[in-house]
Design a protein around this ligand. Structure first.
Ligand SMILES: Nc1nc2c(ncn2[C@@H]2O[C@H](COP(=O)(O)OP(=O)(O)OP(=O)(O)O)[C@@H](O)[C@H]2O)c(=O)[nH]1
Ligand SMILES: [Mg+2]
Length: 406
């Protein structure tokens, strides 16, 4: 009797079928398409930078503006660095009689006692200390602090960061523009000297300048972000991208939210691959979840070029491109093995070498490329972690990074 369809397979014929399916030419063509799809937005960005290279902030700045300012400082077990942070705030080049410091603390160490004794003999700035009875995450703490802030402008700064003395003056100059309600700044110095972080921050600063001149920028930075108090709205209680979320919500409310490279801050970062994952994976989770939750703003003309260009670009960079990169590495490995046999394993070996050299800041002119790759790695991992249910809004602070502030 004749039967139709493929013959019954044994282990050997199955292996032959798989090898026939893995057609090297098709794999190479797929790889080409993946590389093109991944690289195209970067090329568009590079071309745009070449023909239109805006600089600085797009805001109509008023350098003489001196509104009253509330500095919101969230702290969780920062006893090692909180006093030096407060000293640096008091040394800002801004009239301290126009400033109040709002510390919101969830510590179980002596941080709040140190804050109180720091302010005990000071006339200015004013202190408002909110002591939480239990730790419920940074977003909950910040919502409380923003509600308690009394002044016209609210500056949010992380304890583990240093802000340039003129940063507040630069920030309020931007906020004097009636169309701008939030502004963030530039990581001007990476404490600890991480070249991976430096490379990423430089690429990011170019992107954020372009975005701001188009309309508004997406990412807001924990070490320094400033908001008009009246524009502030609560962030989600489990947020792990609180500054960016607040800026996005303000933009959705109708005001511009911009990046000004004249606002400078310093923050510590690692270069090592494993050490970076702790900080970067969490931040990546925050951005991914935020983009997903706010997806209804995407391609909405009512949000101008923010909805039509800035958010789609950030969706592509944050949500889509990391998986294209991962697929590219996988397909390149398969194509290598299909054409060169075991020698095709040179592809993952080359990737491993790229990571090993990049995480030691040893790639010279290729270092910025590695910095972007490193971010994409975190975004893939973050997507998987979110799917696994991680990201409750609390985390352990990185003690090693805090040593940079001693
Ligand atoms: N009040 C309060 N502050 C918090 C909480 N979690 C973190 N913070 C503070 O929020 C700021 C940012 O926290 P970080 O741990 O530095 O977050 P990050 O900068 O993303 O990560 P690393 O610097 O890598 O640790 C710091 O000033 C912390 O002390 C919290 O649950 N409650
Ligand atoms: Mg930090």
């Amino acid at each position: 009797m004749r039967t139709r369809g493929p013959p019954a397979s044994d282990g050997f014929s199955c292996g032959v079928a798989v090898r026939r399916d893995v057609n090297p030419r098709r794999l190479l063509s797929l790889l080409g398409q993946l590389v093109a799809a991944t690289g195209l937005p970067y090329l568009v960005f590079a071309a745009l930078s070449l023909v239109w290279d805006p600089e600085g902030s797009p805001a109509d700045r008023d350098p003489e503006a001196r509104p009253s300012v509330s500095v919101v400082l969230p702290t969780y077990n920062e006893s090692g660095i909180v006093e030096s942070k407060l000293r640096s705030i008091c040394a800002w080049d801004y009239p301290m009689d126009r400033v109040e410091v709002v510390v919101v603390d969830s510590s179980d160490d002596e941080t709040p006692a140190l804050v109180e004794s720091f302010f005990a003999d000071r006339v200015t700035p004013d202190l408002t200390l909110i002591e939480e009875t239990e730790r419920r995450g940074l977003a909950v703490a910040l919502n409380e602090a923003y509600a308690a802030a009394d002044n016209e402008v609210v500056v949010k700064t992380d304890c583990d960061s240093r802000v340039a003395p003129d940063a507040v003056r630069e920030a309020v100059a931007n906020l004097a523009d009636p169309t701008v309600a939030a502004v963030t700044g530039r990581n001007a110095e990476v404490l600890g000297g991480s070249g991976v972080e430096r490379g990423y921050r430089d690429v990011q600063a170019r992107i954020q300048t372009l975005e701001s001149h188009l309309d508004s920028t997406f990412v807001f930075h924990g070490p320094f972000s400033a908001f008009e108090r009246d524009a502030i709205v609560p962030v989600d209680e489990d947020s792990i991208a609180d500054d960016t979320e607040l800026a996005l919500k303000i933009r959705r409310g109708g005001d511009r939210v911009v990046f000004d490279p004249a606002i400078r801050y310093m923050e510590a970062a690692h270069s090592g691959f494993r050490k970076r994952r702790q900080q970067k994976d969490r931040r990546a989770m925050g951005l991914l979840r935020l983009l997903w939750r706010q997806r209804d703003a995407l391609f909405r003309p009512r949000y101008g070029l923010y909805g039509l260009v800035v958010l789609p670009f950030n969706w592509w960079f944050t949500v889509v491109s990391p998986w294209l990169v991962a697929a590219g590495v996988g397909v390149a490995t398969l194509a290598g093995v299909a054409t060169l046999g075991p020698f095709g394993l040179a592809v993952p070996a080359a990737v491993a070498g790229f990571v090993a050299a990049g995480s030691r800041d040893a790639l010279g002119p290729l270092q910025p490329l590695y910095s972007v790759f490193d971010t994409q790695v975190s975004l893939v991992r973050a997507g998987l972690k979110l799917l696994a249910g991680e990201g409750d809004g609390t985390w352990e602070v990185d003690d090693e990074l805090r040593e940079a502030y001693d």
